[in-house]
Ligand binder design. Structure first.
Ligand code: FAD
Ligand code: EPU
Length: 338
């Protein structure tokens, strides 16, 4: 395991932002991880744990040690007629896990097809798409406490999963390295096609009794039609979360904006699509030389090449201000600023 100095992080973040790390290393095993964490040479360094860099915005150079997690492996822990428990290394790519599950006809992850990034980062924001979240198949994870180096097991309730949220974005932020995640998958999959355009596309294809592979293929096609491919245009997916507002707040706004889309989330709150709010404020497709707001999905901020992290931050602040002035809604950032 080598530790490199002054390494460009441009290829390690899907935004394609130019930024340098003072020190950079990749770890493939638990042994390598503990070796680097116990090395006296780095004991005072700031540490950044990196997966695929698809939910990160570098706003400056990183003055510390970046540890990229490449711990691999799939292991079936146990199974019965209905369920299978699979332990997956944190450095496996998320979509490879989805394909592994599909190849075995194990259900639960198909709606989460094609989400970029690693398995180890997926619990951090409880990744979600098309009506399903990681927590729905999550059993437990194992992590290393960066300070004490002890191996800690987090059960589902300890992770405090919420919408794009977990303990790892709050009180446990920056304190643990996730090394593996255990999933409970179903051998008798229940199809979930209620969200968005899944049913519509299945009907167009004349698929009446979809398999989990059919659902996965449809989800991939919908995603590819909406979201920019980071290999072509730098981005980190949704830049903001969809905001929840109180029912009273919504009632006031509804009188002014009759076509405002809304999804009930509880007896007291509704969710408003942030993409709609951003589009209504005229930001969709706006471009400022080499960065801007994507033309097909207003929730995605993009780097056309050479933009700086601070350009994207400034753009995001201007969007937040406009939304607040017009709707009195505070948009919360989903992406992690470094
Ligand atoms: P990184 O960006 O490398 O890291 C994200 C955070 O997790 C950082 O704070 C990092 O320090 C921490 N971290 C990473 N690995 C570990 C580890 N092993 N242990 C401890 N901390 C760690 N997200 C969704 O929820 N739904 C979507 O539909 C979705 N679509 C996307 C589409 C596109 C085109 C893109 C670019 C992104 C999308 N995302 C989506 C966001 C992103 O894919 C997820 O957040 C993903 O889980 C990030 O994984 P990563 O490995 O790239 O994490
Ligand atoms: N909309 C607009 N204009 C836009 C974009 C969206 O008006 O430019 C409105 C439309 O009303 C549309 C609605 O927003 O019907 C929802 O749009 P979409 O289905 O594209 O989903 P989203 O709410 O923008 C969320 C997640 C995505 C996830 C998709 C599918 C968040 C922050 N984003 O996006 O996750 O893939 O649903 O489930 O919850 C991510 O987290 O990075 C991400 C891409």
């Amino acid at each position: 395991m080598k530790v490199l100095n002054n390494i460009s992080l441009q290829e390690h973040n899907t935004f394609g932002i130019k930024s340098n790390a003072l020190k950079f290393t990749e770890v493939e095993t638990l042994y390598e991880l503990t070796e680097i964490l116990t090395n006296k040479e780095f004991e005072n360094e700031n540490i950044l744990i990196l997966g695929g860099g698809s939910n990160i915005l570098f706003t400056q150079d990183f003055d510390g040690l970046v540890i990229k997690i490449k711990i691999r492996g799939f292991e079936v822990l146990n199974q019965d007629d209905d369920e299978v428990f699979v332990k997956v290394g944190a450095g496996e790519m998320w979509h490879d896990l989805v394909l592994f599950a599909l190849d075995n006809n194990w259900g639960g992850l198909e709606n989460l097809s094609l989400i970029p990034g690693t398995v180890g980062a997926a619990p951090i924001q409880n990744i979600g798409a098309y009506g399903v979240e990681l927590k729905d198949s999550f059993e437990y994870l194992e992590a290393i406490d960066i300070k004490t180096l002890s191996l800690v097991k987090f059960e589902k309730d300890q992770c405090k999963f919420g919408y794009r949220d977990s303990i790892f974005k709050n009180e446990a932020k920056g304190k643990f390295v996730i090394i593996s995640v255990v999933f409970k998958l179903s051998k008798t999959p229940k199809i979930n096609t209620t969200y968005g355009a899944i049913n519509e596309v299945l009907q167009q294809k004349n698929i009446l009794n979809p398999t989990i592979r059919d659902v996965s293929e449809v989800v991939c096609a919908i995603r590819q039609s909406k979201l920019p491919n980071p290999a072509v245009i730098g981005n980190a997916g949704s830049f903001f979360k969809n905001p929840n507002i109180t029912f009273e707040h919504y009632e006031l706004l509804k009188n002014l904006y009759k076509d405002m889309p809304v999804h009930p989330v509880s007896d007291t709150h509704v969710k408003i699509p942030a993409g709609w709010l951003i589009e209504q404020c005229g930001w969709k497709g706006k471009t400022f030389s080499n960065y801007g707001v994507h033309k097909n999905q207003a929730l995605v901020l993009v780097n056309y090449g050479g933009a700086l992290g601070k350009n994207i931050v400034e753009l995001s602040k201007n969007i937040q201000n406009d939304i607040y002035l017009k709707y009195q809604i505070e948009l919360e950032v989903e992406v992690n600023f470094i």
